[in-house]
Structure formats: C-alpha cells, structure tokens
Design a protein. Structure first.
Length: 716
C-alpha cells in the first residue's frame, strides 16, 4: 500500500529515550553475524544513513529483534522509505518516527514490499524495521530517498594501480594486483577482489578480506581464458558505504598444446607365434592419461593383450578387443595420482599379437586421446602406422571354441556371445558357426565368413532343450578344423517380449558396458525399467542407445542406492519391429573387491506400443564380476565453496576414485555431514556458526586395500 502524510515535524531530543517504550530486549544470535550494523536495537544505537538512495542489506535475527536507523533531512521535501527482498515465509514491517505522536508505518501482509512516502521538514528521523511474524536467515533491503544533510560519511575511494591496462598475461600464471584505498571514515575496510574476461559485463570473485586505508598488493592467478577485455575490480566497504575501482583492459593468452606424437613399431614371426610391438610417445606436454584404438587385419593377426613399458612403470593399463580387427589400449594413473609422463620420448606400452596366417597386417591408430594433469585434452598426432608380418604357415590348422563351453543355462531369445580363436593353416582362415538343440545329431547355421579369431553376438533360439551345443568350423582353403561345446540348457520365455541384461567382467575401477537386449514379438515404441544392483560392487554411469535402438532417445539416472532407472523411446514415427538384438549399452563402474559379483536385475519393466498401450514383458538378469581388486587405497578429493548468498553455508563436494562404492565419511570441525550422490561424486552442505573463525573439512573412504583421506581448511 502506498502511504502519504502531511509534513512531519523535527524529532525532539526525548526520542532517544523511546527505546524503553518501543523496543523489546534482543537476545544476540551468533548465526546472524551478517548484520554488520549491530548493535542497532534502540534509537540510541541507530545506524546513521548518510547517502540518499543507497540500498542497505541487513538481517532480522529473531522474532524479538528490531533494527533502527537514523537520517537527517536537510530541508523540507519528499522522503521515501522502501523495505524489499523479503523472504517468502516472513512478514516484516517498517515505521518512521518524527515524534511519539507523529509517525508513519507500512504493514503490508506476508512478504509484500513495504513503502512509506511523505513530505518531511528539515530535521532528524528514525526508522524501525521489525518482524510482525516469523524471521528468516535471508536478508532484507532498506532504501531511503531523502534530501541529504551536509557532512556525514563519504564512500571509500579505490584506485587500481596494477594492472594498469594494456598488459598481456598468460592464462594460469601468477600476477600481482596493486591498489590504493582512501577513506575519511575508519581504517578497516571489507575488501573484495574480482576479475572479468568480458570487459566488465560480469565479474568473478578472486578473494576477499579486511584491509586498511593505504596501498596494498595481492597475488592472483590469471584465468585460463583467451580474451583482450580482461579487467580487475577492487571494492572496499567501510561498514556504511562502498567504493570500487577497476583497471583498464588487458589481454590473456592461453598456452597452446605442444607437439605430441604416437608411433607404432613392427614385428615378424612364424604363423602360430605371438609377437610384441612398441607403442611409443614423443611428448612436449605433461601427460596424465592416454587412450588409443589400434586396427589390424583380423584374418592375419589376433590381439592378445597390452602391458606397460619403459616410461609407464607407475601407470595402470587396460586393453581389450572392442570389435573385429580393433583393440583399445588405455593408460592411466589411478593408484598413484602424482605419476605423470613429463616431456620426453620412448615406449609407453607393448602390444602383443598372435600370428594367425601368413602375410603382413598394417597397424593403424584411431580415436587417440591424450589428457593433461588437469584432465584437459592435448593435441596428438597418431597418423603413424606399424606392421606385423607372419611367415611360414605350414603348421596344422587349429581352432578353439572359447565360449560357450557347456553347462550354461541360456534364455530363448537372449543374446549370447560366441567366442573362438583359430591359428595355423597355410592361408587365410575363415570361420563358420553352427548350433544344435539335440546334442549334435543335427546342426543349424549361425553365421558364415567370420574371421579367424573373434566374438559373435548370437540370438539364442526359443527352444526348450538341455542338449544345446555350439560348433565352430575353421578353414584355410585346403583343410578344416572344428571344435564344439558340451551340452548346455535353453529355457523358453513365457511371454512374447523379453528384455535381458548381459553379463560382463573387468577390474576394479573400470567402467564396463552390459548389453540391454529386447526380443519382441510386438511392435515397441518405448521401454522403461529399473535396474537393481549391489552398490558395494558396481555403480551406474549411463545408458547409450546402440544396435536396434541406436535411433532411440535415452534418459537414465540413479534413483536410489542400488537402483538406476533407464527410459528408451522414439521421439518420431520410428518403432522397434518384431525382432531380437541389443538396444543399448548399460555402463557400470566396478567398485568391489576381487571376485565380487553383482546381479543386475531388471524390475518395474514397462513396454509400450505406438498407441501407448502397455505390452506384456519379462526381464532376465545379468551379472557383473570384478576380476581384480583395487590397485590401492581410494583417491579422495575435497573441494569447499562458500555459498554466495551466505558465506557461512559451505557447499562441500567429495570425489572418490577406486573407493568402496558407499558414501564417504565427511566431517566439518569434527561434526558429521550428510552427503548424497553416486558414481564417486558426493555433495553436502554445512552451516558454520559466527563464533568460529575457521573449520577443517575432512573426508575419508575405505576399500579392501586401505583408506584414502583429504581435507581443506576454510577461514572466515
């Protein structure tokens, strides 16, 4: 409501005694130390306002608290008092007093803004801000527009002397910030230093603290952002008013990545032998991690494994065949985070290949990724090629069926990986796969024309039998060799639509994909399911559409401890026609100890047709197995930020690598903090009372090898 009044009279000297009549005793609450004007609980303690139209931010600390302010009107004229930015849950009111009988109040309901407008004669006036109901940790804003009197406080003056403008700095370097504070009211100044990379359109806080009047120099780290419009701003506040100064524009250049080159070696041997080649790195930058795919002719060689070599003795390594004729090698430092590859040259890995048939296979690299200590991608040249040559080939043709071997129980319509290795022979080897449902009395074709070594995703037939077998037949053009599994069982599904989760294994700390397959008789438009798992063994990362579902959209998240939700759908006219195969890869991180297993069980399964009708469906579980324990104790990293709205509310982030999979233990000054999160990233908040000048934030996590800890000390 807008208020108006005839001219207010000058405040008599007796008003100083009004505190007894109009102000309740206020019990100090240390949680509201943001109120820099306390004590201002009586007219005698009122905070003097000397500048018209300058917003003042303050707090109400309890339902019995009230804040007093005083200003001097220089001559008769308009006065306006506004109380704004009120929290939703409170009702604050405001009054202005010229005498005990001459006052104006604004008492709008709830959190509505309060507004007093009047004509006032020259004189001294008092303002009271008080809670009608409730109070909040959020601040209020008081703005007084009046004809200011002479004298009073002048805002501080700040001059930035360095940078002066025109300088060129390197991103990430440390520079000196120099400035001068001048003020006629007090020596203690609350000072904030900020930088801008867009000419002052927005600012980022460097730090803050208390500084005296005079000259000062601070150290600051230049932002790693390319710009010609960098600026520095320094703001000082003497408790009543603020003043700031800023530099002229300077430029920042970001260091460019050095030259980094990957190279492959060459090797030769007899068919049937295993040979190794070097993967060399010539790097000018400091390298923390490396990933590269190596492609090869699968009819001539088969990838076996990769090991660290030379410069990477302190590194971890993982490698596997990701598809026919493609192997992936990853070098990283999980257990020893301080290990890096400094600038240099030499072997970083040895790659082993089995020689399958005579001839030369060229080795190419693709998808190379090099990362720095901070996780930044580095430029890398991976255009070099290597080669592996096999001679001879007179050895007998040999083939081995790696999976299935027999004894398995498979579901009709599910996907089973058939894996084999063929060596020897006198020429290029081709492979045929077949299956039997009657113990080998008759055979049915799975696939022809496969390479000498590889993996094939077989759609298991929907036939009930305990006498199923798989047969692999290898041929070099003149001779053949074969191997078959023992009997295994196939169970048929009771429903017409089956959703199955594959199985996978890997080492602790690895992120591995489990296939999500759909064997559907009906046309499917969308799919939703929850995945239940043991959070002490695995943590859910993501779902990536692939195969039959490559054109689908995916939404996925961890909804509670040990449960993830995956939604796959088409947002256009496409559908999944009747068929069978993978629709997505479910990525899980392995966090358990050696030989730990978790069943990945699909629950709450919902399939819908193009008309959004629900379809009958059954789910089949998969298994994730940890094949190696943690490389070392968990890596724990703590970061703490002060909340911009209230710097005693700490935002705490904890990153855990190679941990137990459970929530880490976090304390602030010995007090426990509730943390939430999954996948190694956890968040929490903690409020620090005003009687504490500094606190230490500590976090720890324990796996089967040891305990990792980290801590940060925060000062106020």
């Amino acid at each position: 409501m807008k208020l108006s009044s005839p001219a207010l009279r000058r405040l008599p000297s007796w008003l100083v005694m009004m505190a007894v009549a109009v102000v309740s005793l206020v019990v100090a609450n240390p949680a509201w130390s943001q109120d820099s004007f306390e004590p201002n609980d009586t007219p005698a303690q009122a905070h003097q306002i000397t500048q018209s139209g300058v917003p003042i931010e303050s707090w109400i600390s309890s339902e019995s608290d009230s804040d007093w302010y005083v200003f001097e009107q220089a001559e008769q004229g308009a006065v306006r008092i506004q109380l704004t930015s009120l929290a939703p849950e409170v009702d604050y009111d405001v009054c202005v007093y010229a005498s005990a009988t001459d006052s104006l109040c604004s008492d709008n309901p709830d959190n509505d803004d309060e507004d007093i407008q009047a004509t006032a004669t020259a004189g001294v006036y008092y303002i009271q801000v008080y809670p009608w109901s409730g109070f909040s940790s959020d601040s209020y804003i008081l703005t007084v527009d009046f004809i200011a009197g002479s004298g009073g406080n002048e805002p501080p003056s700040v001059t930035v002397t360095s940078p002066a403008g025109g300088e060129s700095y390197t991103g990430g370097s440390t520079q000196s910030l120099s400035y001068v504070i001048s003020d006629n009211d007090g020596d203690s100044q609350s000072t904030t230093w900020e930088y801008s990379t867009n000419g002052g359109s927005s600012w980022t806080v460097i730090s803050s603290g208390t500084r005296s009047v005079g000259s000062h120099t601070e150290s600051w780290t230049v932002a790693n952002v390319e710009t010609s419009s960098g600026r520095i701003r320094v703001t000082a506040n003497d408790g009543q008013a603020s003043g700031s100064g800023q530099s002229n524009a300077f430029s920042i250049t970001v260091p460019q990545s050095g030259n980094n080159t990957l190279a492959l070696g060459a090797a030769s041997g007899e068919v049937g032998q295993t040979v190794t080649i070097n993967l060399d790195l010539d790097n000018e930058d400091t390298v923390k991690g490396l990933q590269v795919d190596v492609t090869f002719d699968a009819s001539k060689v088969a990838f076996t494994n990769a090991t660290t070599a030379g410069r990477t003795s302190q590194f971890d390594i993982s490698s596997n065949t990701v598809s026919t004729g493609r192997a992936r090698v990853v070098l990283f430092t999980e257990s020893t985070p301080s290990s890096v590859l400094s600038a240099g040259t030499g072997a970083v890995a040895q790659l082993s290949f089995s020689l399958v048939s005579s001839g030369t296979s060229t080795l190419n690299m693709s998808g190379a990724v090099l990362s720095s200590e901070t996780g930044t991608s580095l430029s890398v040249d991976a255009s070099d090629t290597g080669s592996v040559t096999a001679t001879g080939g007179g050895q007998d043709l040999a083939v081995s069926l790696v999976a299935p071997t027999g004894g398995e129980v498979l579901s009709g319509g599910s996907i089973q990986n058939v894996q084999w290795v063929a060596t020897g022979g006198s020429g290029s080897i081709t492979v045929e796969l077949e299956y039997s449902t009657n113990g080998g009395s008759s055979w049915n074709n799975i696939q022809n024309g496969l390479s000498s070594s590889g993996t094939y995703s077989w759609s298991v037939p929907s036939v009930s039998t305990n006498s199923a077998r798989v047969l692999v037949i290898a041929s070099d053009g003149s001779t053949t060799a074969q191997d078959e599994s023992s009997n295994f069982t196939i169970n048929t599904s009771s429903g017409g639509n089956v959703v199955s989760v594959g199985s996978v294994s890997g080492g602790n700390g690895e992120t591995v994909p489990l296939s999500l397959s759909v064997n559907n008789d009906d046309t499917v438009k969308a799919l939703q399911l929850d995945l239940d798992f043991d959070p002490a063994v695995v943590s859910f990362s993501s779902a990536v559409p692939t195969g039959r579902g490559a054109a689908m959209e995916a939404d996925a998240s961890t909804v509670s401890s040990g449960r993830a939700r995956v939604v796959l759908y088409f947002d256009d006219t496409q559908t999944l026609g009747a068929g069978n195969g993978t629709v997505a890869n479910l990525n899980f991180r392995l966090v358990g100890g050696l030989n730990a297993q978790s069943t990945i069980t699909p629950v709450n399964l919902v399939l819908s047709d193009p008309n959004a009708n629900s379809l009958a469906a059954t789910g089949q579980a998969g298994v994730a197995t940890v094949t190696s324990g943690p490389k070392g104790a968990p890596e724990v990293q703590v970061s703490v930020l002060k909340n911009p709205g209230s710097n005693r509310v700490l935002d705490i982030h904890v990153l855990v690598e190679g941990g137990s999979g459970s929530t880490p233990s976090v304390t602030v000054g010995g007090a426990a903090v509730t943390m939430a999160g999954a996948g190694g990233l956890f968040k929490g908040q903690f409020y620090v009372t005003s009687d504490v000048s500094s606190v230490t934030v500590s976090a720890s996590d324990t796996n089967g090898v040891g305990t990792g800890t980290d801590s940060k000390t925060v000062s106020f």
